[in-house]
Design a protein around this ligand. Structure first.
Ligand code: SF4
Length: 346
């Protein structure tokens, strides 16, 4: 892909890089997003792969991930220095108590509270997740209301705003001190002048983390192109300059790894969305890691080190899992799944 950047945007990127360096330690990580399902009950966001799948998947239960494969991904994340970007997976797939159970398992196996991205949650839901969750994510996609209504007609912004307000105003949630995060997709048709709306949204809700994605054009949707590197970096750099301490995560794909250096220089802290288990130790994974170094960063995760997996006594680690939701049958399933993952990665 072409990663040409105009002089004007380069100046912006240089300022953003300076601000990043003044505020962070240069450590860059990979954030693994953990999906619970391939089905989404909304399924009408115009840019989204799931909008092309909904009619094909007759039973949402068939699109559920197994708990064992979720546990395998968490164990891999720990071993390879990946942070859990968030637990997500569309709406209304699992019964609520199952969602809480899986969140508990993921948090226990990973060893810390996690970020959750499960739609606009209500007070009673947030209370149930409190012991396992450190922050909640609003998948806003775009903050411009008009564009949002057109692109995500059945996923309004207001319930997310209400969820954020609840976190601050509700007595039963104050002690949780939920942190707030949002997502934005670049390439949906947003205009540069709408950056002010993003700025307002981040300030109003005291957002401390944002994940940007470069639109991935999916056949069957109206979108044929993702943003250029220049367009993607412009949004990241503007956000870094406006919010020096905000945590900025940038999504990439196997096709966009060449631009990672620019994305990091524009002020992103970390990289996400790379298909890490499928692309482990591939040429794309190597290019990604090389770009992190070219940006002058230290990569605290790995997407290429196979020895770490070869030397890993993962059976012992699975045997030693202590979460009371993981019984011996589930451990057996996790071991079987782990073998399949490792076959692909080593
Ligand atoms: S809610 Fe999320 S997963 Fe569902 S269609 Fe919209 S963007 Fe896709």
């Amino acid at each position: 892909m072409s990663i040409e950047i105009t002089k004007e945007t380069n100046v912006l990127i240089q300022s953003a890089n300076k601000i990043y360096s003044d505020n962070f330690d240069g450590k860059t990580w990979f954030g693994r997003c953990i999906f619970l399902s391939w089905y989404c009950d909304v399924g009408t966001c115009k840019f989204c792969y799931r909008s092309t799948q909904k009619s094909r998947i007759k039973h949402s239960s068939h699109a559920k991930r197994s708990v064992s494969s979720i546990i395998v991904e968490v164990l891999l994340s720990k071993r390879l220095g990946w942070r859990i970007e968030f637990l997500t997976g569309g709406y209304k797939i699992f019964p609520f108590d199952q969602l809480v159970r899986i969140t508990k398992i993921v948090s226990s196996v990973y060893g810390e509270k996690i970020w959750l991205n499960l739609g606009a949650l209500e007070e009673k839901d947030l209370i149930a997740f409190k012991p396992y969750v450190k922050g909640i994510v609003a998948s806003i996609e775009t903050v411009n209301k008009e564009l949002h209504d057109d692109i995500c007609p059945n996923k309004p912004i207001e319930p997310y705003e209400k969820m954020f307000e609840l976190c601050d105003s509700c007595d039963s949630l104050k002690d949780a001190d939920f942190r707030k995060s949002m997502t934005m997709v670049v390439g949906l048709g947003e205009k540069k002048e709408q950056f002010e709306e993003l700025k307002e949204f981040i300030s109003k809700f005291d957002i401390e983390r944002i994940t940007f994605y470069a639109l991935k054009p999916v056949s069957g949707t109206p979108y044929e192109h993702g943003p250029t590197t220049e367009e993607y970096c412009w949004w990241i750099a503007k956000t870094r300059i406006a919010f020096p301490k905000l945590q900025i995560i940038a999504g990439t794909t196997a096709r966009r790894v060449d631009e990672i250096k620019q994305v990091l220089l524009a002020g992103a802290n970390a990289i996400t969305k790379f298909p890490a288990t499928k692309q482990y130790a591939t040429e794309n994974a190597k290019i990604l890691e090389k770009n992190v170094l070219l940006a002058g960063r230290e990569f605290t995760s790995t997407l290429t080190n196979q020895k770490l997996l070869v030397d890993w006594d993962w059976r012992k680690e699975i045997d030693e899992l202590t979460c009371d939701e993981i019984d011996s049958d589930l451990k057996k399933e996790v071991k079987e799944k782990m073998e399949l993952y490792l076959k692909r990665m080593i």
